[in-house]
Design a protein around this ligand. Structure first.
Ligand code: FMN
Length: 379
């Protein structure tokens, strides 16, 4: 190789390395996945360090904790982190808070405590909006006889795997049954399918759900408002929908990726985003869902607790899982799809589906950012 050619190769290789390294996920944003910071003395803070790793809608982490009760805490929905357009009733926020409570209880088991959880201690919320009263009062009771919950060990491994799954590899029935069992309790049951015809149909409905959500400007705007674009924004606010890496780094600097262009349904970027989401729905060999006998506020919390156990059980079994809520959403434009989906799987009111998720096998994905615990404490 002559000197000129060598320099050319080195330049291309160097640029590729710089590109691959540029705009990485900031280490501080994913540090919470290592568990409680060393020296955390208050056991409640240690338990909360695990609870913040719960799955949650749009990764907004809509939890707020009042630490004034010395023997526990009060959990609130953070009124600044709601999604009124896509989640007008606040149902998904309560499902999210259910997962948080379940993780808190699992973490309590590792500390030799049990969490006695009283839902809506100052009265339950109206069916159509959340308010500032506590969602739960948690009393931590020392319980040395309690065994550490086996799911505790998999908390750091849990992910929502938003990638294509191997469609030739459905999840075996025995594994599905074990996952479903983790999520089953009075008032809640699960359904699942690996039937190629039904899985394809559900994939089609879920894909259509994304199209309806993405092309309703106010719904799309709500998602754009919680985008953190690039490593600097993510480091400052490690929550929401995070976009980073060479493509976004160059795209924002060259001006072809902007928040405005993401809303423009005629742009190539918009089409790429929607197409890739829709393709994922089809790259799904198995679907699983949690159905509830009613849609009360406590039931929504219980569904979140059940999903959390299902999610951790999937992580323990090496199964990839990815919730997709579009066809379950309550805004007007989604109602035809809500009905078609429920009819197709034979769930009739007052029953409804609370969580719908893709299941399958895929390569491991990196963790999503989290805010550190001190930022969720209520002043
Ligand atoms: C109630 C609820 C609804 C969700 N809906 C969706 C969804 O529609 N689409 C999606 O990609 N992820 C959905 N998720 C997954 C979250 O986006 C994910 O939990 C969050 O980004 C944090 O990532 P992690 O679960 O890997 O920690 C949902 C999670 C919950 C708890």
């Amino acid at each position: 190789m002559d000197r000129r050619r060598f320099l050319e190769v080195m330049t291309v290789a160097g640029a590729a390395t710089v590109l691959a390294a540029c705009d990485r996920m900031p280490a501080s944003a994913v540090a919470p996945w290592q568990g409680p910071p060393a020296g955390t003395a208050d056991p409640r803070m240690r338990m909360l360090s695990w609870a913040v790793l719960a799955p949650n809608s749009h990764n907004l982490q809509s939890w707020q904790v009042d630490m004034r009760p010395a023997d526990g805490m009060l959990l609130h929905a953070d009124p600044t982190r709601l999604l009124p357009q896509t989640d007008p009733l606040g149902r998904q926020i309560l499902v999210t808070l259910g997962g948080f409570l379940e993780l808190l209880d699992i973490a309590a088991s590792a500390e030799g405590y049990r969490a006695d959880i009283a839902l809506f201690p100052e009265g339950t919320f109206a069916a159509d909006r959340l308010d500032t009263r506590p969602v739960a009062a948690v009393k931590l009771v020392r319980d040395p006889a309690r065994a550490v919950d086996p799911l505790f060990a998999v908390i750091p491994k849990r992910r929502s795997s938003k990638v294509a799954y191997d469609t030739a590899r459905p999840v075996p029935a025995a594994v599905i049954a074990a996952l479903g069992k983790a999520a089953t309790q009075p008032g809640l049951s699960y359904g699942a399918t690996s039937d190629p015809v039904l899985a394809r149909e559900i994939g089609g409905l879920a894909a259509e759900g994304y199209r309806v959500e993405f092309t309703a400007p106010a719904k799309m705007q709500e998602s754009i408002d919680v985008i953190r674009l690039g490593a600097d924004e993510i480091a400052r606010e490690p929550s929401g929908i995070t976009l980073h890496g060479p493509l976004f780094w160059w795209g924002t600097r060259l001006g072809f990726i902007t928040r405005e262009s993401m809303l423009d349904t005629s742009s190539a970027g918009f089409k790429r985003q929607l197409d890739s989401r829709m393709a994922l729905m089809h790259a799904t060999p198995t679907w699983i869902w949690i159905e509830s006998d009613d849609d009360s506020r406590p039931t929504q919390i219980e569904a979140g607790r059940a999903y959390l156990r299902l999610d951790l059980a999937a992580a323990a079994a090496g199964v990839a899982i990815h919730p997709n809520s579009q066809v379950l959403q309550e805004f007007v434009e989604m109602q035809p799809l809500y009905r078609r989906f429920h009819e197709r799987i034979g769930v009739a009111a007052p029953k409804r589906v609370q969580m719908l998720a893709r299941l399958g096998y895929a390569d491991a994905v990196p963790p999503a950012p989290r805010r550190p615990v001190d930022r969720i404490l209520k002043a």
